[in-house]
Design a protein around this ligand. Structure first.
Ligand code: PXP
Length: 251
């Protein structure tokens, strides 16, 4: 039986390319690549959702992109966001299907570690409540740490996204040890009724090493797919990834 593991394609770096040249001319007809067109291509290739991160510094995705994608895509919109009043107001207005709460640090090149849910329960609980009652399912992007999994369930999140950066950046015995942590976190989260997602640094090459982790429902993947699209085109890059996802052992 083929697995039903879903793929969310993160299009942030398609927008990074647009911003490099057109940051000050976003209204220009020359501003390319088009985030909506590329998101639609990813969907046509089989992506189950489109993921974007609206960062406080607006380094790639802009507010207008959120609303453009919300109106234009056919699948689900997953908005990654830090817990600030400014971004929350935009999320409440845009009503994405999913929100993934992430830590945000201005200096980082990309999201570097998991969110400390256990350390900021009250602030996150209020945000999760506001979003869930507005029709958005909320996920916590966390390291595979049992305390963070429990805290995510405690504050009312529907899902967790396990941070796979350490998994991706280590090899051999270190990777195997991280897989064991991811496995335990997925089992605990599932037992607590959470949907289990994962993301960061995933590639067609390293995914098979992740397969011992049970209960995975969705993977959010950006950098590898966008990089690969330069060589084979976006649709092929998405299809290559989906072909690997079908090898996830069915539950
Ligand atoms: N999931 C989350 C929460 C992220 O912040 C990111 C981007 O850092 C990703 C998934 C995708 O990671 P990557 O671009 O390495 O595939």
């Amino acid at each position: 039986m083929p697995s039903n593991l879903h793929l969310g394609v993160n299009v942030d770096h398609i927008v990074t390319l647009r911003q490099v040249r057109y940051r000050h001319m976003l209204e220009s007809p020359n501003a390319e690549p088009s985030v909506l067109y590329t998101a639609l291509l990813a969907e046509q290739a089989g992506a189950h959702s489109i993921t974007i991160h609206l960062r406080a510094d607006r380094r790639h995705i802009q507010d207008a992109d959120v609303f453009l994608l919300r109106e234009g895509i056919q699948t689900k919109l997953n908005l990654e966001m830090g817990n600030t009043a400014e971004i929350l107001a935009i999320a409440l207005k845009a009503k994405p299907d999913f929100v993934c709460m992430v830590p945000e640090n201005r200096e980082e090149v990309t999201t570097e570690g998991g969110l400390d849910v256990a350390g900021q329960r009250e602030a996150l609980k209020t945000t999760v409540g506001a979003l869930e009652s507005n029709g958005t399912r909320v996920s916590m992007f966390i390291d595979p740490d049992p305390a963070q999994v429990r805290a995510s369930a405690d504050i009312g999140a529907s899902m967790i996204e396990l941070h796979t950066g350490t998994f991706a950046n280590h090899f051999g015995a270190e990777r195997a040890a991280e897989v064991a942590r991811l496995k335990a976190a997925a089992e605990l989260g599932h037992a607590l009724g959470l949907q289990i997602n994962a993301g960061h640094g995933l590639t067609t090459t390293n995914l098979p090493d992740l397969w011992p982790v049970p209960h995975l429902a969705e993977l959010n993947i950006g950098h590898h797919i966008v990089s690969r699209s330069i060589v084979v085109g976006l649709e092929s890059a998405v299809k290559e990834m989906l072909a690997v996802l079908t090898t996830y052992p069915a539950k």
